[in-house]
Ligand binder design. Structure first.
Ligand code: ZN
Length: 328
């Protein structure tokens, strides 16, 4: 193929990719739902139990945080539908798939950007409305988990709603919550993780399931992907774990080390590490999901050129806080 034809092909392919939503192609195989500005579903390339497979229409890519499968329209058609490159190219430049007009693409991109801005603004208002943890019933929760050391300023307390309905403008009633700041790689607060508490603060918020749906005590607002709850400063080596209670425990048990917490297991491989961090110590949970999270995170951080080591609680303890409290 001469360079000229190759170049014309590249342009035609780029245009074809811009006219088609990658989610339309993928939705032929995977049930996708919206999560933030992404779509998520069960990965079609490995036996996935939690939705690890993310699809971005604005970027035109997919990525699995479980098995590492990643690519664009063409690679998906090749790998999932068994097409050759030429067949995938012809399918895309032909009229096999629904097209999205350019103005609609622009509209969706703008709507996504506005959605992100609104989420971050809400998270920042929760953060600004929160006060010190010391002396609050939030501190009572932390102490009930066996944590004796003072917690850093990235952990606050607030009485704040569990839900917001953006369509109607309705907001739920206030509940007490430990509010953890989620910072991006540049250190800006772009989200919060709230641990909602019972009125007496001695345990997490708890209520019988409604409509068969389990009620969650931990909710995140704002931008979760890439963010970390920083319990210590930027240092050479950062200890990374998957929940605040684990993080507080590690901070207490390993004084002098800097511990950062991912916003849930799926986010453990995805923290943005600022320059200055040279290696990561992954502090996993025991059990299948915990070990899988560490394997995924090891691959992701090693690919960024960071040194990676691992620590786990002693069996039979499931996580670091259980080990501290001798709960097995
Ligand atoms: Zn996968």
């Amino acid at each position: 193929m001469t360079a000229r034809i190759k170049q014309r092909d590249d342009t035609a392919l780029r245009d074809a990719k811009a006219r088609h939503n990658i989610s339309d192609l993928i939705a032929r195989h995977v049930k996708l739902r919206k999560r933030g500005v992404q779509m998520v579903g069960l990965c079609p390339f490995h036996a996935d139990r939690t939705p690890s497979f993310e699809v971005s229409d604005t970027k035109g890519v997919y990525h699995c945080f479980g098995c590492g499968a990643a690519g664009d329209h063409v690679s998906f058609l090749m790998e999932k539908e068994g097409m050759t490159f030429r067949q995938a190219y012809e399918a895309l430049t032909g009229d096999n798939f629904p097209e999205v007009p350019p103005e609609e693409q622009v509209r969706r991109r703008e709507a996504d950007a506005a959605d992100v801005a609104r989420r971050v603004e809400l998270a920042r208002s929760i953060w600004k409305g929160a006060g010190p943890l010391a002396g609050s019933i939030g501190e009572r929760y932390v102490r009930a988990r066996g944590i004796r050391v003072p917690l850093p300023g990235s952990i606050r307390f607030a009485r704040t709603p569990r839900w917001y309905d953006h369509d109607t403008g309705r907001v739920g009633p206030d509940h007490p919550a430990v509010v953890c700041a989620l910072q991006n790689g540049a250190g800006a607060v772009v989200g919060v993780q709230c641990i909602f508490l019972r009125p007496d603060g001695r345990a997490k918020y708890d209520r019988p399931p409604r409509n068969g749906k389990k009620v969650r005590a931990k909710l995140s607002f704002g931008t979760v992907a890439g963010s970390a709850i920083r319990l210590g400063p930027i240092t050479d080596d950062i200890i990374v774990c998957e929940g605040p209670e684990d993080g507080w425990t590690l901070m207490q048990e390993l004084p002098g080390r800097s511990v950062w917490v991912a916003c849930g297991t799926a986010m453990m491989p995805r923290m943005e590490m600022p320059p200055g961090v040279r290696s990561i110590t992954l502090a996993g949970d025991n059990g299948h999901a915990g070990q899988l999270a560490v394997i995924n995170a090891r691959t992701a951080y090693a690919a960024q050129g960071l040194g990676v080591s691992e620590i786990f609680p002693e069996p039979p303890f499931k996580d670091w806080n259980d080990q501290l409290q001798r709960i097995s």
